[in-house]
Design a protein around this ligand. Structure first.
Ligand code: ATP
Ligand code: MG
Length: 427
């Protein structure tokens, strides 16, 4: 019988975090790393540089989690209280670590004489007596590992680069060994152009056993990220069944992403829709162009967001004024007069124009009313035609959408839709 996965609490400390001056990077980094390794994260919180509060939060965390990771406050300044607080919690004294001190002296002497070193400099070599010290390969302040009542406390400096190097290099291997971790299997997939309730209803139909698999959906404009996580080795195989059922139920409406949260090098796996499309385009080896009105170049931007896009992206025309649609893209005056700029036919002619102008294999065209003004009963704000032209028999596909939300939202949704049309056309 497998034991329950260990639970962790992450405390990222620093008043610059709780004041909202600095965005917390350590909490999200540690949460992804711990989750990937098979430790369930129960809480990620920010704590200001207040010794009393730090002590209470630390005590509470140690009482309720098997792993507590504490970041920040190891430096030389008066607001760095971490070592003192932990010493108090553990009823131990603070001592200087000889090796850390030696390294610090060596570093300081490259820039100054011994008598010029400020006394508070040495504060960074302080550790809690009896702690297992984690030397800092990229900075000064060492980290610590301590144990109390079956809980492991990991203390790391706040500088994200230092924390990341120490966590990956030394902490994670130690946790793996001590806790005999079972890494989870994490399956994620994207659903484009549908709401949460639509996706939820489909998933509920599949009869997945949610006792065995953790499941969740997170949403942003135009896209959903669906997650299925198996936390135990004995349910890992069941995830293949889940994968097969969702692929069958959703068909083209779902994009299954590479498994896991981190890639081989330990970086978060890129899940952006534009990245998925980027990879599909690299594999397809086609030349792509865009002709955009209401998106003002956002589709071209999304197609050039990732390094290496010059392999497929040729160029774009932002055809805002009608004269640009006619003179540059060759949209016919008659079509504009008869149908209006926001119409299926103009969208088709824009796509054709971009195919010709750029000698492209695929062209995306967008024309619509982003708002807030300019809507009419027949052509409301949010009406956007998204078109795709493809060479090889010259095929066109134009989709009529009525998107919701403000101007930014409409433009964002139109961009996602255009990219998705292109992706689906790649087969
Ligand atoms: P140092 O020895 O450099 O003082 P420290 O352990 O004392 O390290 P802090 O003083 O808390 O760490 O923070 C050092 C730097 O790292 C500051 O610029 C701080 O804003 C930044 N930092 C600390 N914690 C975080 C965090 N969670 N996310 C992003 N940046 C952080
Ligand atoms: Mg500091």
């Amino acid at each position: 019988v497998t034991e329950e996965a260990p639970r962790a609490i992450i405390l990222a400390t620093g008043s610059e975090l709780t004041r909202g001056e600095t965005r917390d990077l350590n909490g999200s980094f540690l949460a992804a790393e711990l989750s990937s390794a098979g430790i369930r994260v129960d809480e990620v919180s920010l704590v200001p540089d207040d010794p009393g509060l730090l002590l209470r939060r630390l005590e509470r965390a140690l009482a309720s989690a098997g792993v507590v990771v504490f970041s920040g406050g190891l430096g030389p300044t008066a607001d760095d209280h971490t070592v003192a607080v932990i010493a108090e919690a553990f009823g131990r004294s603070v001592v200087r670590h000889a090796e850390a001190e030696r390294r610090m002296r060596e570093r300081a002497l490259r820039r100054m004489r011994e008598d010029q070193i400020p006394p508070n400099y040495w504060k960074q070599s302080e550790v809690v007596e009896g702690a297992e010290v984690i030397l800092n390969p990229v900075g000064l302040a060492p980290g610590m590992l301590l144990e109390r009542g079956g809980s492991i406390l990991v203390v790391l400096p706040g500088v994200p680069r230092e924390l990341q190097a120490m966590f990956r290099g030394l902490v994670l291997p130690a946790l793996r060994e001590r806790l005999r971790l079972e890494p989870p299997r994490i399956l994620r997939a994207k659903v484009l152009g549908h709401g949460e309730s639509w996706a939820e209803a489909k998933i509920q139909k599949l009869g997945i056993d949610f006792e065995r698999i953790e499941y969740g959906i997170s949403a942003k404009p135009g896209e959903l990220l669906v997650k299925f996580i198996s936390h135990r080795a004995e349910t890992h195989g069941y995830l293949d069944e889940v994968k097969a059922r969702i692929a069958e139920e959703f068909g083209k409406e779902i994009i299954v992403l590479p498994e896991g949260l981190l890639d081989g090098a330990g970086a978060p796996i890129e899940v952006e829709h534009s990245f998925v499309v980027h990879q599909a385009l690299l594999a397809a080896g086609l030349r792509v162009a865009t002709a955009e009105s209401c998106t003002g170049g956002l589709v071209a931007k999304a197609l050039t967001d990732h390094g290496g896009s010059s392999a497929y992206f040729v160029g774009s025309v932002v055809a805002y004024a009608n004269e640009v649609k006619t003179r540059v893209l060759g949209v016919r005056e008659e079509t504009l007069a008869a149908q209006g700029a926001v119409s299926e036919e103009v969208c088709r002619e824009m796509a054709l124009g971009a195919l010709n102008l750029f000698s492209a294999d695929r062209a995306l065209a967008v024309t619509g009313i982003a708002g807030p003004d300019g809507g009419t009963p027949e052509k409301p704000v949010g009406l956007v035609y998204v078109g795709l032209g493809a060479r090889g028999g010259l095929r066109f596909e134009v989709e009529r959408n009525v998107f919701w939300g403000n101007r930014e939202n409409v433009r964002q949704l139109a961009t996602v839709r255009a990219l998705e049309m292109l992706r689906r056309s790649l087969g």
